[in-house]
Write a new protein. Structure first.
Length: 408
């Protein structure tokens, strides 16, 4: 009789624990999540392999933080686009808990510029370095952006503030739904944002949308880090026209093609480029050609040979009616400072030849001078680092900072 009572007690406890792991009361009706699939469902990403790769990538400090094996899932979700919704995609990397009671913070990572459709994060999960951050004990979200992954039939709205923000925030929401319903691990209330290059601007735009739009009050950010981002497009133009050479001419072409598609830009490319180059620009970003191939088609990095003379003269560009739609597009897709509520770190290489460090310096000054942001916003210049070389130290410093805040 005692044995039967003991067995019954064990059974009750087992059922209680089981129900606690998969409580239907915790499930939510998906509003954003469409579907998910696990990448390599049989084998988890392991610590040893992850540590070796990070060490080889000059991220030894992060490699020393690794504690968890992790799994990666591709999520398909809905986001607003062109007056309707579109299926977009991204990946989520989740630590495998060492004990049931563990909870993990979330980091949304916004990636740099991509031009080839085949390079979307969800198509290259095995080589997506940022998923490895899950091994440090963080749930990692990486949206593809519209125009990549599930939405690759669309032209990518490059630097388009609203569509970029939609893709980022709706992926955060879809990820919450996935975690609530599938229970891969438990998360806590701490959400971090990080992005580099195009992702730096995407990250700051997302934070601005969260803090300035009541419709996004369902998302609260603990801290944000933006690396080498483009925040003020007209200031970028002013800097570019003063250079003798610009080694990444594809960026301007990408921007113009995007704004022509989505921001009402109505400017003949001959008003921006020289007569020889203007006719080459339409269709140059085709989703197949690489950066080097696009730059080779443009044919020169010499700014004076590349650009139209009127475009290079501020007094003409700022007053001529033919440039009005361009001025509007540049303005509406730039990210101004605001009375910030959370904490923000800005990083930039002092020798950045792609996006000048003045971009980060100016927005930092705007936060401080206009809104007296004080210690809420900090700026760190990565001395003697160019656009590519500044990424690793920016990532290391960001993750160390986030991990400190995650334990407070």
């Amino acid at each position: 009789m005692k044995f039967l009572k003991f067995s019954s007690l064990i059974l009750i406890l087992f059922l209680f624990i089981l129900s606690g792991c998969n409580n239907d009361n915790d499930k939510i009706e998906p509003q954003y999540l469409v579907s998910f699939e696990e990448h390599h469902p049989v084998v988890a990403f392991d610590i040893a392999t992850t540590k070796a790769i990070l060490t080889q990538s000059n991220m030894g400090e992060i490699a020393n933080m690794l504690t968890y094996n992790f799994k990666v899932f591709k999520l398909t979700y809905k986001t607003a686009f062109e007056g309707d919704t579109i299926d977009a995609s991204g990946i989520i990397a989740v630590p495998i808990p060492l004990k049931k009671s563990e909870t993990f913070p979330v980091i949304s990572y916004q990636h740099p510029t991509l031009v080839k459709k085949s390079t979307a994060p969800s198509k290259n999960i095995d080589t997506e370095l940022m998923t490895y951050l899950a091994s440090t004990g963080m749930v990692v979200l990486i949206p593809d952006y519209i125009g990549f992954g599930e939405s690759e039939t669309e032209f990518h709205p490059y630097l388009h503030k609203q569509y970029t923000t939609n893709a980022v925030l709706d992926f955060i929401r879809a990820s919450k739904e996935f975690i609530a319903n599938e229970d891969p691990c438990n998360t806590n209330e701490k959400l971090f944002l990080f992005g580099y290059s195009q992702g730096g601007g995407a990250t700051l735009a997302a934070l601005s949308a969260i803090e300035n739009n009541a419709a996004n009050s369902d998302i609260t950010v603990t801290a944000t880090s933006c690396g080498s981002g483009l925040y003020n497009i007209d200031e970028m133009r002013k800097w570019m026209i003063k250079q003798t050479r610009y080694e990444d001419p594809y960026l301007l072409a990408y921007m113009l093609e995007s704004f022509t598609n989505y921001s009402g830009l109505d400017v003949d490319y001959s008003l921006v480029y020289s007569p020889e180059i203007g006719p080459k620009i339409s269709g140059i970003i085709d989703g197949v050609s690489s950066v080097s191939e696009i730059n080779a088609t443009i044919g020169t990095t010499h700014v004076g040979e590349m650009l139209n003379d009127d475009f290079e003269v501020d007094s003409i560009y700022n007053n001529k009616e033919v440039y009005a739609s361009m001025r509007n597009a540049f303005n509406e897709n730039s990210i101004p400072a605001w009375p910030i509520k959370s904490v923000l770190a800005l990083y930039h290489g002092s020798k950045d030849e792609t996006i000048p460090s003045d971009q980060s310096i100016k927005i930092y000054q705007d936060f401080q001078k206009t809104y007296s942001a004080g210690t809420k916003v900090k700026f760190k210049q990565q001395d003697d680092k160019n656009h590519l070389d500044a990424f690793a130290p920016t990532l290391v410093e960001t993750i160390k900072w986030f991990k400190t805040l995650a334990t407070e």
